[in-house]
Design a protein around this ligand. Structure first.
Ligand code: NAD
Length: 494
């Protein structure tokens, strides 16, 4: 990738987009559209279909029909593998186009988006394509007059609701294992980041995925997302997004067909720096990147920095220095390290959290405000607040923006107490040269992921999922396949 290629792509007009239903692009049943605003400068980029409940029902019916007639579920594993591998190749071949389109829509800096979006999506699809013909059923250890077989079957129709922060990566975490296992899928992209995911879905059809196996409906969560949640014909619902929506999805399932619901929700992840960290300068740089890249809109962002008291002041100074060295601005400039906040609403929410932190006694030691307002875009300076207490809003509530709260601690026991002081449990980090302490902390921290002497970066080979109110189930790794699979027992008298 080079800047000239990016500049050429950013100038391309973006055609309005319909839903993808039964292999065709279709308008909303009532013709309504939503304007897509670019967070880069606030301009109207294009329009997407503003879906209706009827549109969602049509997409689900198409997925159901495709599943029942076996056009995908009935294909031999080797045939499904071939299509998915071709899809991954097409994503790679169109990587820059996909990344720039996504950045114009959601504001992630291109230096991150190129790897985290098409790069990671292609790798994920390829991983599950390669896995799908290595998944065996089981024979149970029964008595000799019985044969007990355990079959692994697709679940049927999967509904996948995707957030705006990494639509391709998170979309692929759901689509890869769901399609590999032979399911049919209906996607619901986020209102403010539909474009690149819709394009990636189209590429699946170009790769040979039969019509109706992957459908996608754009529009408002409260309308089309709700229709998906309440459907009697969706078997499994997978979701990444906020806790509030996650709660609603569980209610929808209870009120409809009791579909299985898997939630990947937010976090308030502690990044814990002990005085014996192997390299405090590196820890400071990584801690800043771990909260500020993608303007803090990362589910595992290390949004709480817990620093051992003797190094607190020096370490905070080093993180402030690292934060101030990060370049905030045009996300399509390759030298930008922090792009735009996704929407004006999200920016206002972030600024509200800073005001609350101040009113609760926090000290803003850098950032704190909106910047680059003359561009028309939504930018915020990386913000660090010290003196954040255990009960403060910045400890307890997810911001999902470039705001880092800092708390000082004394010794391991207090670090663990603070780390586990929230309802969340998605990720955490520990920096220490003491191997025994590292292992004690891994066990003691109640989260789905613990980083040691690094922060961020686990690839598709390991599971990602939270505990507590960070959700249930796992994306990534072979474990994710369980969500998209039913076990069936055959008990045969010989
Ligand atoms: P959100 O919950 O508002 O929206 C997520 C998706 O849900 C969107 O597609 C939206 O249209 C849809 N939705 C909204 N209301 C709905 C409803 N009533 N019924 C059905 N669908 C509905 O969240 P967001 O603002 O898009 O994403 C940010 C949040 O997601 C943050 O809290 C963040 O921590 C979390 N997140 C978690 C992970 C993870 O892996 N755990 C990853 C990324 C983001």
């Amino acid at each position: 990738m080079n800047q000239d290629q990016i500049n050429a792509l950013r100038r391309m007009p973006v055609a309005p987009r319909g839903h993808l239903i039964d292999g065709k692009s279709v308008a909303a049943s009532d013709g309504a559209t939503l304007d897509v605003l670019s967070p880069i400068d606030g301009s109207v980029l294009t329009q997407i279909a503003r879906g209706t409940a009827a549109d969602m029902e049509a997409a689900i019916a198409s997925a159901r029909a495709s599943f029942e007639d076996g056009r995908w579920s009935g294909q031999p594993p080797a045939a499904r593998k071939k299509v998915l591998l071709k899809w991954a190749d097409l994503i790679d071949a169109n990587a820059l186009e996909l990344a720039v389109l996504g950045v114009r829509d959601n504001g992630t800096e291109i230096s991150m988006a190129i790897k985290a979006e098409p790069g990671s999506a292609a790798a994920t699809i390829r991983y599950y394509a390669e896995a799908l013909d290595k998944i065996y059923g089981e024979i149970a250890p029964t008595t000799s007059d019985i044969l007990g077989l355990i079959h692994k079957e697709p679940v049927g129709v999967v509904g996948a609701i995707i957030p705006w922060n990494f639509p391709l990566m998170i979309g692929a975490w759901k689509l890869g294992p769901a399609l590999a296992m032979g399911n049919s899928v209906v996607l619901k992209p986020a209102e403010t980041a539909s474009l690149s995911l819709m394009r990636m879905a189209e590429l699946a059809l170009e790769a040979g995925l039969p019509s109706g196996v992957l459908n996608a409906v754009t529009g408002e969560g409260a309308v089309v997302g709700e229709a998906m949640g309440l459907s009697m014909d969706v078997d499994v619902l997978v979701f990444t997004g906020s806790g509030g929506t996650g709660r609603r999805l569980m209610e929808y399932a209870a009120r409809s067909n009791m579909k299985r619901v898997y939630l990947e929700l937010g976090g308030k992840s502690p990044n814990i720096i002990f005085a014996d960290a192997p390299n405090l300068d590196e820890a400071a740089t990584v801690a800043a990147a771990g909260i500020f890249r993608n303007a803090g809109q990362v589910c595992v962002a290390g949004s709480r920095l817990l620093v051992e008291a003797p190094i607190h002041d020096d370490f905070v100074a080093a993180v402030v220095k690292a934060a101030e060295a990060m370049r905030v601005g045009d996300p399509l400039d390759m030298n930008t390290t922090i792009g735009a906040v996704n929407s004006e609403t999200q920016l206002a929410a972030n600024l509200g959290f800073v005001e609350t932190a101040k009113s609760e006694g926090g000290n803003v030691v850098t950032g704190g405000g909106r910047i680059l307002q003359d561009t028309g875009g939504y930018y915020m300076a990386p913000t660090i607040v010290t003196g954040v207490t255990r009960d403060a809003t910045l400890t307890q509530k997810e911001v999902f923006g470039p705001v880092l709260g800092v708390t000082s601690f004394e010794g391991e026991a207090e670090a663990v107490q603070l780390a586990n002081a929230t309802v969340y449990g998605l990720a955490g980090g520990v920096w220490t040269s003491n191997l025994s302490r590292a292992h004690r902390m891994i066990k003691a921290i109640r989260t789905g992921v613990v980083h040691v002497n690094t922060y961020g970066g686990p690839d598709v080979t390991v599971p990602l999922g939270g505990v507590g109110q960070s959700g249930n189930g796992h994306d990534k790794s072979l474990h994710a396949i369980e969500k998209y699979t039913n076990l069936k027992t055959a008990w045969i008298k010989l």
